[in-house]
Design a protein around this ligand. Structure first.
Ligand code: FHN
Length: 684
């Protein structure tokens, strides 16, 4: 599905499930209303561009220590070095050239609106005067609190500041697992003590340095959110700094997602997101780096990201003296030069109005709402048209003004051609990286889109309303219920249609009597709810079978349980992983009954790391099979009131483990299954 499509789905879903600005927002990790959540996220969504700084002990050696060369990421240098040897870096770290003001000025001049800096990376070294960790910057010859200097400089230059904090810690004795090269005993390690240490460190960082705009976690892949006690940690942050925005790398969805070194291909992701990216291939300073991305490429990445509604967090790795490398500085300055002319096409913009980036093969589009209901489209032209004609498809009306941001005084001519608009541009390309053409619409902007279906479910046991919408008010939606393609004489959509039988709805957008979209179709089925089970003897809880082996799929685990492999069998109150005897390479099947309160279509949401499948009767309702991080899979099933058989299959390979089942009668929001709802049949 395409860009606009997703926005409409979200809007439609909100209307249909009865969501509104004053009810809790699905996107908020803190139970805020939509308005409160939008307010907290406001500056971040406007910012679009930030600076990431990876700076720690590793900067001192730029990826080589005593003849040992690190891998791609210089900040991982510790990987191949025994602890005792790595710790000696402390005696050498003396970045006398570090100038926080200069770095903040550079970011500002590049058009960046926030900075996220590493307070502690995986090496475990604290870059601030940490009371809870003696292994910190104050014991180096330098003896300066780098984070304090950054916080003060940011305040001076009106720049928002965020803390990067690695949950993974290869130095702390209580953090497990150890690296292969690390032979320190694990016997006394206590992960809960490590969590207390993290809480103490975060408390320092969030009380001693003024307003902190972002907490950017990293390195959560070795443990799950239960072990990190992630909920407790994020609640602590929210208490200390209620306005702080928190990224997703603590095993919980949180405020925004963080694709790393990549930009989502085409769809606009449904949640807030930020791409973080290096300028060469290392995050920390790497003296051997050769593969520096050209500034033009970075400028185009920025436009690409903004056109999909995301933020760009571009990284630099200052060296052991504390200096920004000339290569990083040169690129930030080049971006700054471009931003000085074109920054308004990035800051405060929203995602494209076109269906996808394929609609604008010459580049990308961002959008801004101006005063008096006016709209400005920014066309980011990467490939300048040789014939001087920039074709903008899917546009139904001419702009009131068109001009190059670089030459705002000269108007460009716009004509209607080939189902879109042509902007007549000068022969010479104004900017080799990205030339921005602005189109102003004083009245409504007409952009062509397929209609979108909005319904609580594709199944119903009673009559159900289906709504249709398109992001552009000027379009008419016409639809049919007899399987034919909608024409200009078909029913005009004005309000939700009540469906009572299985039917396929077909719809199409029209503008001024002309079809301007393809036909879209959606089938809604009237189903009979699954009858309840008649069970006489019940006991609370679920029966389980637990087995230990490395599985990659649910089928492998089922085969294993079908054989005479050793297993443990018993009863448990809920879908609970506490029954396991180890953290990795195990599987479990839960069987039982769930008490359904009333007839209806139910949505189940299964969140798992690694694979899991949820069955109700013989229907596979949510399929999260395979090895993966924590992900949510959902599905619906029509059920009669009473007891229904439920079966959950789960396995964990290596790394984090997580399992959670939520359910609700549609259109309510799924909530965790309570143990009172779960029963087993009594054994005869
Ligand atoms: O391992 C780290 C890496 O060093 C760097 O900090 C990046 C930044 O997103 N995060 C981790 C890998 O996902």
């Amino acid at each position: 599905m395409k860009a606009i499509f997703i926005r409409v789905v979200l809007l439609g879903a909100m209307i249909l499930v009865g969501g509104c600005a004053s009810s809790p927002s699905d996107a908020s990790p803190f139970g805020e209303t939509q308005i409160q959540h939008d307010e907290r996220m406001g500056w971040w969504r406007e910012a679009r561009f930030g600076l990431f700084i990876h700076w720690g002990l590793y900067a001192e050696h730029g990826n080589e220590l005593n003849g040992h060369r690190g891998g791609r990421y210089s900040e991982w240098l510790i990987q191949g070095v025994p602890n005792e040897e790595y710790e000696k870096l402390v005696d050498r770290f003396n970045p006398t050239e570090f100038d926080a003001d200069a770095i903040v000025r550079l970011a500002k001049q590049a058009g960046m609106k926030y900075i996220v800096i590493t307070t502690k990376h995986h090496e475990g070294f604290s870059m601030w005067n940490s009371e809870s960790n003696p292994y910190n910057v104050m014991v180096t010859p330098w003896q300066r609190d780098a984070m304090k200097e950054m916080a003060e400089a940011c305040r001076r230059h009106d720049m928002r500041l965020g803390w990067y904090y690695s949950v993974l810690d290869w130095h702390h004795l209580d953090y497990l697992p150890r690296r292969e090269i690390d032979r320190r005993s694990v016997e006394d390690a206590d992960y809960n003590r490590y969590v207390e240490f993290m809480k103490a460190q975060l408390t320092e960082l969030l009380t001693n340095y003024g307003d902190i705009a972002v907490v950017w976690f990293d390195g959560d892949w070795e443990k799950g959110p239960e072990q990190h006690r992630s909920r407790e940690i994020v609640d602590l942050i929210h208490t200390l700094q209620p306005k702080a925005i928190i990224n997703n790398r603590i095993g919980l969805p949180m405020d925004y997602d963080t694709p790393e070194q990549r930009i989502p291909e085409d769809d606009i992701p449904p949640r807030d997101w930020e791409t973080c990216m290096t300028i060469n291939s290392s995050w920390g300073y790497n003296q051997f780096a050769k593969d520096w991305k050209p500034s033009g490429e970075l400028i185009r990445h920025l436009a690409d990201i903004a056109s999909k509604g995301g933020n760009f967090l571009l990284n630099i790795g200052p060296d052991g003296k504390g200096c920004v490398t000339p290569q990083d500085a040169e690129r930030l300055r080049a971006i700054g030069k471009w931003m000085a002319v074109n920054g308004e096409a990035i800051h405060g913009t929203r995602a494209t109005v076109f269906r996808s980036s394929a609609s604008t093969p010459w580049g990308r589009c961002t959008v801004k709402k101006l005063a008096d209901n006016r709209t400005r489209l920014y066309l980011h032209v990467f490939d300048w048209p040789k014939d001087g004609k920039l074709f903008v498809p899917e546009l139904g009306n001419l702009p009131d003004r068109a001009f190059l941001l670089a030459v705002p005084a000269s108007a460009l001519e716009a004509t209607t051609e080939g189902g879109g608009v042509v902007i007549h541009v000068p022969q010479a390309q104004p900017d080799p990286a990205n030339s921005v053409v602005a189109l102003d619409f004083d009245g409504p902007l007409v952009s062509y889109h397929e209609p979108q279906f909005n319904a609580p479910s594709s199944e119903m046991i009673a009559p159900m309303d289906v709504a249709l919408s398109a992001p552009c008010d000027q379009l008419e939606i016409r639809y049919t219920l007899d399987g034919s393609a909608p024409s200009v004489t078909s029913r005009l959509y004005s309000s939700p249609t009540r469906l009572s039988e299985t039917i396929t709805v077909k719809a199409r957008s029209f503008y001024q009597g002309r079809a301007v979209s393809t036909v879209v179709a959606s089938t809604y089925s009237r189903v009979v709810p699954r009858p309840a089970e008649e069970v006489k003897a019940l006991i609370p809880g679920l029966e389980y079978h637990y087995v230990e082996k490395a599985f990659k799929t649910i089928a492998e685990m089922e085969d294993c349980l079908a054989s005479d492999a050793p297993r443990t069998t018993g009863e448990v109150a809920n879908f609970d992983l506490e029954l396991r005897k180890r953290d990795e390479n195990f599987g479990v099947i839960f069987n039982g009954l769930i008490r359904v309160p009333k007839d209806g279509v139910y949505r189940f949401a299964l969140t798992c790391d690694d694979g899991a499948q949820l069955w109700v009767g013989d229907k596979l309702v949510a399929d999260g099979d395979g090895l993966h991080g924590s992900k949510t899979f959902s599905g619906t099933v029509a059920l009669s009131k009473g007891l229904q058989p439920i079966r959950l299959l789960y396995f964990n390979g290596s790394g984090g483990k997580f399992l959670e089942i939520k359910w609700a009668l549609i259109p309510r929001r799924p909530a965790p299954v309570k143990s009172q709802a779960l029963k087993s049949r009594a054994t005869p």
